[in-house]
Design a binder for this molecule. Structure first.
Ligand code: ZN
Ligand code: FE
Length: 257
């Protein structure tokens, strides 16, 4: 029976440990220190490292982990991460050493140009780094709006019950923006209350699910006419072409406080 441990790091990152009680694989270890403590506390041996993209808050702990555990490193073939032993891209399937979980790899460019996500179909788990967030999406550092929109629609096409293990706790800020975009979305209002209550209790809002995101995340809902209407009314949009809507939404979020 596989389980997932949530390991908070830095200000608002989540590092994920997938384990079977003996061995573990870590997703995006930006910092080795909290991972080494979580492994020790739970008496787990590291068996693999999985990376989604090259940013320091996702790969910074890799060298220190490899010193303690010389394990295989899986990661995007389209990005320059020197420690990768198993480069991956769209359509690749991986059986993770030690824990045996089967993952399918999806190319999800946009935040970075080679960003990948890992989907565990049997468990309904998705590890998507900084592509899809609870209530939002990653910034476009290297990719274009049409790449990001296509990547997000690919993730939205996974089964509704798929649990989304993204890499940051940005949910409340994302949902505050979502509410600005869709003030009449009742599912969104209910979600804001639920997520606020979790934060008040000191709990993570992650994982969410594909079903919840499709109902409340404006970056998966940019084809809805009323979202284009709202962007036009707020002065952020001149064309109703869907990718223009997506780009305007992302641009508005960048400057929203
Ligand atoms: Zn990033
Ligand atoms: Fe990040």
């Amino acid at each position: 029976m596989l389980k997932i441990l949530t390991v908070p790091a830095f200000q608002d990152n989540y590092l994920w440990l997938i384990h079977d009680g003996v061995h573990a694989a870590v997703v995006d270890p930006g910092d080795a220190v909290p991972i080494l403590s979580a492994l020790a506390e739970n008496r787990l041996a590291l068996a693999a490292i999985l990376l989604t993209h090259h940013h320091a808050d996702h790969v910074g702990g890799v060298p220190a982990l490899l010193q303690r555990f010389p394990v295989p490193v899986f990661g995007p073939r389209g990005e320059n991460i020197p420690q990768i032993t198993h480069p991956l891209g769209e359509g690749n399937r991986v059986t993770v050493p030690g824990i045996g979980v089967q993952l399918s790899v999806l190319d999800v460019p946009g935040h970075t140009s080679g960003h990948i996500a890992y989907h565990a179909r049997e468990q309904d788990w998705l590890f998507c780094g900084d592509t899809l967030f609870a209530g939002g999406c990653g910034r476009l550092f290297e990719g274009t709006p049409d790449q990001m929109a296509e990547s997000l629609e690919k993730l939205a096409g996974l089964p509704e019950q798929t649990q989304i293990f993204c890499a940051h706790e940005y949910t409340l800020a994302n949902l505050r923006f979502a509410n600005e975009v869709e003030p009449d979305n009742m599912a969104l209002k209910a979600r804001i209350e639920r997520e606020q209550a979790k934060r008040d209790r000191g709990e993570p809002t992650v994982p969410s699910t594909v079903g919840i995101e499709k109902e409340t995340n404006p970056f998966l809902r940019f084809r809805e006419q009323h979202i284009a209407d709202r962007l036009i009314a707020a002065g952020h949009l001149s064309s109703r072409e869907p990718i223009a809507v997506f780009a305007a939404l992302r641009g508005w979020k960048n400057s929203y406080r």
